[in-house]
Design a protein around this ligand. Structure first.
Ligand code: SF4
Ligand code: SF4
Length: 321
């Protein structure tokens, strides 16, 4: 069988949401999807001959909670973190902007990798926690929650697969602390999955990409937007939430994605527009239409030829039959 044919067959065996990963990544994914109770043999420790081999030349998408934990550990601002440790990228499907963990330009190694292992181990990103498992989410219209899929990643150099220790996927996730990260990132994942399913169907006056990147990477900027603009006049936000998002970056981040979900995908109940703000917006639109109508009449009375919008003659003939 040719390489191309083998590759196509492999793509079809993967969960749909994992089919658009680059070919070199696909090559190390085991085709059968795993569920929470699927079993794997794996252990990583300092004694393996490949120790540290996996911490270089990798694309690690930083989730919002990854960055919150890393910033807290390093004691630096969001701007300093982005400058020193991140580089911008875009998710293939859905075209949303994300931050990747920047590898060292000279060595290609992760900046947190040391001869003794990971220097930020307790706060390492969720991708590092999951390894050697890859996780994808899929949104079904009829389901209230996204469905999770897992695949085993098997790279030749990784000797952890030869260790006898056995786990279920659920046990591995809990052991690595990935559950907490998934819970904190749920709203972020939700937007990615919905955007991927809806594609260009999403029409909104909200510049999703800018807000998505701001909320993902920079809670200081997001907080300025919420508290220093007319945001709290426009949206109903209860007092407990206002108090939480004023102080707590994780609460603010979850809130920001819930707001985007309401604004972009019309989800009710997440962050509602105040009734008076809706009425004000209607009145503003009516006033604008009224002013435009008066302007058109005035221009027509002055004999201006383009006072009214042009009518396509063919369409008009068709309409009149
Ligand atoms: S390559 Fe595998 S076993 Fe080796 S250090 Fe990395 S995760 Fe552990
Ligand atoms: S953050 Fe830690 S575990 Fe993840 S790639 Fe860097 S050194 Fe390795």
């Amino acid at each position: 069988m040719t390489d191309d044919r083998q590759d196509k067959e492999k793509v079809l065996q993967l969960p749909e949401e994992m089919r658009d990963v680059p070919r070199e990544v696909r090559n190390v994914l085991q085709p059968s999807p795993l569920g929470p109770e699927s079993r794997l043999k794996f252990r990583c420790h300092k004694g393996v001959s490949c120790f540290n081999a996996c911490c270089s030349h990798i694309d690690i998408v930083l989730t919002p909670y990854d960055m919150i934990r890393l910033r807290q550990r390093l004691g630096i601002t969001p701007e300093a973190f982005l400058y020193e440790f991140a580089e911008p990228s875009t998710l293939t499907k859905g075209q949303l902007p994300v931050a990747l963990l920047a590898m060292d330009k000279q060595t290609g190694r992760c900046p947190f990798n040391t001869p003794e292992g990971c220097s930020v181990y307790e706060d390492r990103p969720v991708t590092c926690r999951y390894y050697p498992i890859g996780m994808a989410l899929m949104h079904r219209q009829e389901a209230s929650r996204n469905e999770e899929f897992f695949v085993l990643i098997k790279e030749d150099y990784c000797k952890g697969h030869e260790e006898p220790k056995e786990w279920s996927v659920a046990e591995w996730r809990a052991d690595q602390g990935a559950d907490l990260y998934d819970a904190e990132n749920r709203e972020w994942f939700d937007i990615i999955v919905k955007r991927r399913s809806a594609g260009d169907m999403v029409k909104s006056s909200l510049p999703l990409s800018e807000f998505f990147y701001m909320a993902s990477t920079n809670p200081d900027e997001m907080r300025r937007f919420v508290f220093q603009s007319s945001f709290l006049k426009r949206y109903t936000v209860d007092e407990a939430t206002v108090a939480a998002i004023r102080e707590d970056d994780a609460a603010l981040t979850r809130f920001a994605f819930r707001w985007m979900s309401s604004a972009m995908f019309g989800e009710e109940g997440a962050v509602a527009v105040r009734p008076e703000a809706v009425q004000e917006a209607r009145e503003r639109r009516a006033a604008k239409a009224h002013a435009a109508a008066l302007e058109r009449v005035a221009r027509a009375e002055r004999g201006e030829a383009d006072a009214y919008p042009p009518v396509d003659e063919e369409d008009e003939e068709e309409r009149q039959g």
